[in-house]
Ligand binder design. Structure first.
Ligand SMILES: [Zn+2]
Length: 137
């Protein structure tokens, strides 16, 4: 992938995330109106929890993208940050912000799992719970 294409895609992704975060933090018109009903404190709390988890995920993705843009600037984009080997083209196409080749990434993911912190999926349980609660009368 051309560096200029990678940069453009990363910048678009960053802009998308900025919009997402703006909506989640309530700095966007879409965040008002629609949504929780007045007086439904329990549901509001769940929503806030869910938003906090989503904001965290978005912030992590944004940091990854900024790091990738910085690697474009210093000329190391496309190299694995762990083993310094080339990251395969299809992987960069699929995930332009990726910092590692597949073996290094799976090593890292395994270490993370072993340390007992599942990556980013805990918010989904709350999301499902919220939907179930929301569907009631
Ligand atoms: Zn590597």
């Amino acid at each position: 992938m051309e560096i200029s294409v990678a940069r453009k895609r990363l910048e678009e992704m960053r802009a998308d995330l900025d919009r997402t975060v703006a909506v989640l933090t309530g700095e966007h018109p879409l965040a008002r109106g629609g949504g929780a009903e007045p007086g439904d404190a329990g549901s509001n709390l769940t929503e806030a929890d869910r938003n906090a988890a989503s904001i965290q995920t978005a912030a992590a993705q944004r940091a990854e993208i900024l790091a990738a843009l910085a690697r474009i600037d210093d000329g190391s984009y496309g190299k694995c940050v762990d083993c310094l080997g080339p990251v395969p083209e299809p992987r960069l196409e699929a995930r332009p912000a990726t910092a590692r080749c597949v073996p290094c990434q799976s090593k890292r993911d395994r270490r993370r799992r072993l340390s007992g912190r599942p990556p980013a999926n805990r918010g989904n349980d709350k999301l499902v719970a919220h939907r179930v609660i929301g569907a009631g009368p």
